[in-house]
Design a binder for this molecule. Structure first.
Ligand SMILES: [Zn+2]
Length: 194
């Protein structure tokens, strides 16, 4: 059966050059194709997680690349204004105008949105000279030799501690990926006697 999803899946399975960022925002490139992606983003949440899983091209000694990004739309007051000491210092004008950034509810930074300054010139002036602290994306990259290594990466938090159970996006990622990756499906279909 050649359904709509089948056609999409076939397109995705073509290996291409892929670039992802690591913990230092350094770009890593490899050849492969995406087999799953999951985001916890909704219309309402201020912070969310994105996970992307790639299958490396045949011939590579590793099999999977897992990219995780923690994203945020929150910005804080600068350190001199009694902010939460979270994020990196930027000028309000450095914020990406395409992303609707949200002021922190605890430290109440200067409102940098176009309509937040009530159109008053002095408020706009203050916003352009004040430092704010913007929460930036937190990238991580895991190169996994086999399905077991991938599972371990998904069961480990960013400090290296083993989680009691994998997060729900991690589970969704694996369940999506097994449908496009026979090796992963075989691994997850293994029957283990308890
Ligand atoms: Zn804050």
């Amino acid at each position: 059966m050649r359904g709509r999803w089948g056609a999409v899946a076939a397109d995705r399975l073509v290996d291409t050059e892929i670039s992802l960022m690591d913990e230092w925002e350094m770009v890593k490139t490899f050849t492969g194709h995406r087999i799953a992606r999951v985001t916890t983003r909704t219309r309402f949440n201020l912070r969310w997680t994105e996970m992307r899983l790639y299958r490396l091209a045949p011939g590579d000694e590793d099999s999977y690349v897992l990219g995780i990004v923690g994203r945020s739309r929150v910005y804080h007051a600068g350190d001199d204004e009694g902010g939460c000491n979270q994020g990196v210092e930027v000028r309000p004008s450095d914020l990406d105008p395409d992303v609707e950034m949200v002021p922190c509810q605890k430290c109440h930074p200067v409102d940098v949105s176009a309509d937040g300054a009530d159109g008053a010139d002095d408020a706009v002036g203050a916003a352009s000279t004040t430092w704010i602290k913007m929460e930036i994306p937190a990238y991580s990259l895991h190169i996994c030799r086999d399905p077991q290594a991938l599972m371990t990466a998904l069961e480990t938090d960013h400090t290296g501690r083993l989680l009691d159970q994998p997060s729900w996006p991690a589970r969704q990622l694996m369940q999506g990926a097994r449908r496009l990756d026979p090796d992963l499906n075989r691994f997850l279909s293994g029957v283990e006697r308890l």
